[in-house]
Design a protein around this ligand. Structure first.
Ligand code: DGL
Length: 257
């Protein structure tokens, strides 16, 4: 069992940002990645459809013999984590928008929680926000179209201003203490968020994501269950429901970048 790989699932390429953290923090594990690029983005779909697609992704990874699974997608987690955990006998670790560390920042500037429309609407996230000491400080900013553009292989620091102008218009010139990247795709365009924030907000607008916390949790769970692997060098296998010839080189360049 120890020698089996850990499975990673995302609607598309975003989960590679979490896998990248895994390669840094848990370099002795082997990994299988499955991106449902054919059906991405998930963020504009309804809960039932996201759950159905997430189940299909989990089935794929289980059929490849994974010893644990990382749901490296906030949207899939929000919709389906409870059912997936009930269905599978292996440990399932999930990502969570990092509003908790962001809320620990001193001050009363706003915290913008950027995520897909589905994540911001679903009950799981709403409950998480309600548990914060000052939930009113956290403002949800759904970002329709953003993950989709990243799926198209666009990552430039100045390549998202048209979308950002739409999402962030109500906060122009305001004090923003933090921006939470509540979608694993967004972690690849930190420079674009930083650049826009510097030009349009006051306050530090520190960026937060939940990737490292997710991998630390994966490490703890593997350890607890006696499942930690010890391969010499991590092996990564890539699978996609989309066009492999297009997505694999992109995936590999994101992992190495
Ligand atoms: N990467 C995903 C997330 O973390 C979803 C992007 C999408 O498919 O809309 O939410």
């Amino acid at each position: 069992m120890k020698d089996k790989p850990v499975g990673f699932f995302d609607s598309g390429l975003g989960g590679a940002s979490v896998l990248k953290e895994a390669l840094r923090l848990l370099p002795k594990e082997n990994y299988i990645y499955y991106g449902d690029n054919k059906n991405a983005p998930y963020g504009d779909k309804d809960e039932k459809e996201i759950t159905r697609l997430t189940f299909a992704g989990a089935d794929f990874l289980v059929s490849h013999g994974v010893k644990a699974m990382v749901l490296a997608c906030n949207t899939a987690t929000s919709a389906a984590i409870r059912e997936i955990r009930e269905m599978l006998s292996i440990p399932v670790i999930s990502v969570e928008p990092a509003i908790k560390p962001a809320c620990a920042l001193p001050g009363d500037g706003k915290i913008l929680m950027c995520a897909t429309l589905a994540t911001t609407r679903l009950e799981r996230y709403q409950k998480l926000r309600a548990r914060m000491p000052d939930p009113g400080r956290v403002v949800d900013v759904p970002c329709p179209g953003l993950a989709d553009r990243i799926e198209q292989g666009v990552f430039g620091a100045d390549a998202f201003d048209d979308l950002f102008r739409g999402y962030f218009k109500p906060f122009e010139g305001q004090r923003i203490d933090a921006i939470v990247l509540g979608c694993t795709h967004y972690v690849f365009i930190k420079d674009a968020f930083k650049r826009y924030a510097q030009e349009h907000f006051s306050g530090n607008a520190a960026l937060f994501d939940g990737n490292a916390a997710t991998i630390l949790q994966l490490g703890r769970v593997l350890e607890e269950k006696g499942l930690s692997g010890a391969s010499g060098e991590a092996d990564v296998a890539f699978h996609t429901s989309g066009d492999r010839a297009y997505f694999e080189p992109l995936f590999l360049s994101l992992l190495r970048g």
